[in-house]
Design a protein around this ligand. Structure first.
Ligand code: C2E
Ligand code: MG
Ligand code: MG
Length: 253
């Protein structure tokens, strides 16, 4: 019941976590991460309320709010930094998803090349024909698609051929153990090789230490995200960090 009112009461808030290009050190993207500022419970994390929103049918409304809000905010950021939005597999039940994204881009004026949509492999496991047509529609708009938490789902490699994917995000579980488990290191290495041979960008998620950063850089990851290099933060903090890190390399839009 609380969640139903959260949107209208303005309790949902977007945090942004920087994603760094490992070649230049610049912030190349921000991932939008949803938070719920509950009046009594305080800050509630998405792992708690997104499943609830999916169960009670609120995910369409919340998901659309996120897309529109992120586009409107990112359109005002300096430079050409990109922004990534997480999509629930259930948002693919709505055949209007392409129209929602197109309208959010148009209203905000955000260049489609700056928007990336993060999906998980479960989207591709669902009704393939519907997912394919929605993904085609999104690709036609000029937005990018990232496969999130890669390596933890079914990782059916044929998906990488059948769908227009632009980026793979290596799941944080592999990055966490990269210096302690040879298996994780080899999996990261294999994902980077696979991604690069298909012409995809590869981002390492969950970088928490200097050693992990060195390892994912050494393995050739293109970008990295994690508490060690940048925490999820409020919009104001993110924009401040963007100006500080990217500096004059990011001329005002
Ligand atoms: P995700 O898309 O894989 O997002 C990355 C999660 O890892 C975020 O958790 C982020 O705070 C966390 N993280 C980043 N760096 C590190 C690190 O170095 N170490 C560790 N241990 N964690 C790190 P968060 O914000 O709690 O979000 C959890 C999940 O909730 C996200 O996973 C995503 O699947 C989902 N989510 C977040 N926002 C949205 C949204 O707007 N819509 C939908 N459908 N799902 C969302
Ligand atoms: Mg994500
Ligand atoms: Mg992830």
């Amino acid at each position: 019941r609380d969640l139903q009112d959260a949107l209208s009461r303005g309790e949902l808030e977007l945090y942004f976590q920087p994603i760094f290009c490992l070649k230049t050190g610049a912030i190349e993207q921000a991932e939008a991460l949803l938070r719920w500022n509950h009046p009594e419970r305080g800050m509630v994390l998405p792992s708690e309320f997104i499943p609830l929103a999916e169960q009670c049918g609120l995910i369409q409304e919340i998901g659309e709010w996120v897309i529109r809000k992120v586009c409107a905010l990112a359109a005002k950021w300096p430079g050409s930094v990109g922004v990534a939005v997480n999509l629930s597999p259930l948002q693919f039940d709505n055949s209007d998803l392409g129209k929602v994204v197109a309208s959010a881009l148009e209203v905000s004026g955000l260049d489609p090349s700056r928007l990336e949509l993060e999906i998980t492999e479960s989207v591709l496991l669902r009704d393939c024909a519907v997912s394919v047509s929605i993904l085609d529609e999104l690709a036609e708009l000029g937005v990018s698609i990232a496969l999130d938490d890669f390596g933890t789902g079914f990782s059916s490699l044929s998906y990488l051929q059948r769908f227009k994917v632009d980026r793979i995000k290596i799941d944080q579980s592999f990055v966490r153990d990269i210096n302690t488990s040879e298996g994780s290191l080899k999996i990261v290495r294999a994902i980077v090789m696979l991604g690069h041979s298909l012409g995809l960008n590869v981002t390492a998620e969950g970088v928490e230490t200097d050693d992990q950063l060195a390892a994912v850089r050494g393995e050739g990851c293109d970008a990295a995200q994690g508490f060690y290099i940048g925490m999820p933060c409020s919009l104001a903090e993110f924009v401040e960090q963007l100006e500080r890190v990217n500096g004059s390399a990011a001329p005002a839009a």
